[in-house]
Design a protein around this ligand. Structure first.
Ligand code: MGD
Ligand code: MGD
Ligand code: MO
Length: 650
């Protein structure tokens, strides 16, 4: 019962969701209940507004489906249990598996439920206990990260406001209306100042309307498009005459670019000669920034694609200059001391993240006997959902930490209830700008709900790790911030006002020195093009993308009642009408969908929202094959060929 006379308190915290914006939130609390969430007007990036999904977070916070007690499996269902009994059972199992089969028989898996730095301390718990089996790579950004590490020796970006210095900005496969709404004010201001905006995306979306030019290449055609643009730069004498001075492989790169004409590259990218020409004109009228999205690297040639675009930025002279650059991710952990965690360097075994399901099933010597899943919903979000489900259901012990009984939690033997972002205590960097933030519990969690850190803290004494995990969160925060604490970014500073990381560059590589082995850019010297992916039998590429209303799989309770909407060009759906129900069929499975016609889409794609639940029949990953990209162990999410068939034929 809310006490109507209780005072309204206003407190600040930050949004920990997997998004580049890491917003500062102003929270209004009454009687230990949050009554309002608003964007912080004092934060230069948040600018006083929140996205659609976080504005509606209170529906999730106060959902009747939230988990409020530990659960243990009882046949096909679950029954409540005490923390004492579940922790005791988990600790005994962990000690026994380690003793009998070695720590590699335990796998710890975490994904993007929270971007908080304290989640690394949970990883550290398993590293100290083991090290245990972990994932390698990253289904979100792995291929592009690997590409930029190779090319530049690091992954970071120009300041977000440096886009105001650009004459041209190319949004290369990016949809800020959905995935990064706080980039929009910057883009709008740039546009008002005369900056030309261009979108390159195989999918037509709202961002096209914001832009002066929209180019719609074939999915996976970007490397060819970048090569075509580079070839026109060479032809027109528009390359930076000094690029040899700061790039390796200049001759090899040029030979590759010139191995085809720009017309041939254009046709491989499925864009017109006029389009590639006007794109190159615009790009060479700089300084020009490329803001690369994440979708293009979730393909078999994902790393090669980002490398081709990096090289285009390098030879055009756009590296190291204000208004230039190729922005992919910001180094969100850059300000923090995370050296306590050794990660991949000490792991006894790694399973590439996209191969989580088949990888667990195939693991031998030792087999994986126990899996601990936290801040992740792999059944829904990783490819081959049914295989992931089987892998989790057949372990001797599966523990899932979440606030909801997700498809993944339903595979567990033990489910541990955890806090939401309004109850958690943590630090954040952002992958879409350079500001740092602190999360504070603005209301108390339900009585039996613990943060991830509190959970490993309670487990630590039962497995002999009390000393390492006795520090409080405040101590960890100070430790994490130690590299920047005497440069204006101490915990006290961050509590007082928005703080930009002192290590966040305004302009990357301003002295054209690169942290590669040679100190120079490593230009790519061969690029593969993605296979077209479609077949005569299955002529559409299943493309399951982020949607504005939801973060990943975190749908609100009543949002999944209809069939999954599937957007398709009407020419690719002959025999069907708009709003018809159809079966979406791949080699791996089927889903029932409701068709939505859109004449702006290419004829070789079908679009559905990512993150639909398996138990609601809305999970795209049930149709998608588990495979890795060319580098970085990212997932190939958008290359599964599918067809639509009438419901009666399935
Ligand atoms: N509302 C909302 N916001 C989110 C999320 C969410 O679920 N909902 N998810 C968050 C997460 S996990 C992440 S990683 C980020 C980024 O999430 P993403 O959804 O990856 O964000 P974008 O990079 O904006 O969008 C991907 C774009 O890549 C395009 N694309 C796909 N294939 C190709 C290709 O071959 N070439 C080119 N040029 N483009 C291609 C798609 O059409 C799409 O427009 O956003 C975060 N923000
Ligand atoms: N087909 C297809 N699949 C995709 C993508 C795609 O574009 N297409 N996108 C991919 C991308 S970019 C990403 S990043 C992944 C995301 O994959 P996930 O990170 O697995 O996705 P979420 O749905 O956000 O699931 C996170 C879970 O964490 C829980 N959670 C939230 N906060 C906390 C916390 O503090 N502690 C704990 N223990 N749990 C918490 C939430 O309740 C939620 O159930 O999905 C990938 N999957
Ligand atoms: Mo992601």
């Amino acid at each position: 019962m809310t006490n109507t006379s209780a005072p309204l308190l206003t407190v600040k915290t930050a949004c920990n969701r997997d998004c580049g914006d890491a917003c500062s939130i102003v929270v209004t609390v009454k009687d230990n209940r949050v009554v309002r969430l608003a964007g912080d007007p004092d934060h230069p990036v948040t600018k006083g507004f929140l996205c659609h999904r976080t504005s509606r977070f209170l529906e999730r916070q106060y959902s009747p489906h939230r988990l409020t007690t530990p659960l243990v499996r009882n046949g096909n269902g679950f029954q409540p249990a005490t923390w004492e009994s579940v922790l005791d059972r988990i600790a005994r199992a962990m000690l026994r598996f380690r003793e009998e089969s070695g720590p590699a028989s335990i796998m710890h898996y975490r994904c993007g439920g929270s971007m908080g730095l304290m989640k690394l301390v949970t990883d550290y718990f398993f590293e100290r206990f083991g090290p245990v089996t972990i994932k390698s790579g990253d289904v979100c950004t792995g291929a592009g990260d690997a590409a930029q590490q190779l090319d530049f020796g690091t992954v970071d970006s120009h300041d977000i406001f440096d886009l105001l210095n650009s004459k041209t900005v190319i949004l290369w496969g990016k949809n800020p209306y959905v995935s990064q709404v706080h980039l929009l004010p910057v883009l709008r201001e740039a546009k008002k100042n005369g900056t030309r905006l261009i979108l390159i995306d195989p999918v037509h979306h709202q961002t096209a309307q914001l832009c002066d030019q929209f180019v719609q290449p074939r999915p996976g055609g970007d490397a060819a498009l970048a090569m075509g643009m580079a070839s026109l730069l060479f032809e027109r004498g528009k390359v930076d005459p000094t690029f040899n001075d700061y790039c390796d492989n200049a001759d090899e790169f040029r030979a590759m670019v010139c191995s085809r004409t720009s017309d041939e590259w254009a046709s491989l990218a499925e864009v017109s000669v006029a389009e590639i020409s006007s794109l190159t004109d615009a790009y060479s009228d700089g300084p020009s920034a490329i803001v690369a999205g994440w979708g293009m690297q979730r393909r078999t040639n994902g790393a090669a694609t980002v490398r081709a675009i990096d090289a285009l930025a390098a030879v055009s002279g756009n590296l190291g200059v204000a208004g230039g650059g190729i922005s992919y991710c910001f180094a969100r952990k850059g300000a923090f001391d995370c050296s306590f965690l050794k990660g991949e360097a000490v792991a006894p075994r790694m399973i590439p993240e996209p191969l989580f399901g088949p990888g667990i099933l195939a693991a031998a010597d030792p087999p994986i006997r126990m899996v601990w899943v936290t801040a992740a919903n792999p059944v829904v979000m990783l490819p081959e959902s049914e295989t992931v489900k089987r892998a989790l259901e057949t372990r001797e012990l599966t523990v899932v930490v979440d606030s909801f009984l997700t498809d993944t939690a339903q595979c567990a033997d033990i489910v541990l209830p955890t806090t939401t972002m309004l109850e958690d205590d943590d630090l954040l960097g952002a992958y879409g700008h350079h500001w740092l933030a602190e999360m504070r519990p603005v209301v108390a969690a339900p009585k039996l709900v613990k943060t991830d850190y509190e959970i490993v803290q309670s487990l630590a004494p039962l497995v002999g790790l009390d000393a390492e995990f006795s520090d409080d969160v405040e101590t960890w925060k100070q430790r994490l911030l130690s590299p920047v604490c005497d440069r204006g970014a101490s915990l006290a500073d961050i509590r007082r006002q928005p703080v930009r990381s002192p290590d966040g560059p305004s302009v990357m590589f301003a002295n054209r020195q690169f942290p590669t082995a040679s100190g120079r850019v490593n230009l790519v010297s061969s690029v593969s093009l993605a296979p077209s992916g479609t077949t005569a039998e299955r002529p559409l590429l299943l493309t399951a993308l982020s949607s504005a209303a939801v973060q990943g799989s975190q749908w609100l309770d009543d949002a999944q009642d209809d069939y999954l909407p599937a957007t398709i060009h009407p020419d690719s759906a002959s025999g069907f009408n708009n709003d018809d129900v159809a079966i979406l069929d791949s080699e791996y499975g089927q889903l029932t969908v409701r068709l939505k016609f859109d004449g702006n889409q290419r004829r070789d794609v079908i679009l559905v929202p990512k993150g639909g639940w398996l138990n609601k029949g809305r999970c795209a990953n049930a149709l998608i094959k588990a495979q890795t990209t060319d580098s970085g162990d990212c997932a190939v999410y958008y290359e599964t060929p599918v067809r639509i068939i009438p419901p009666t034929e399935s």
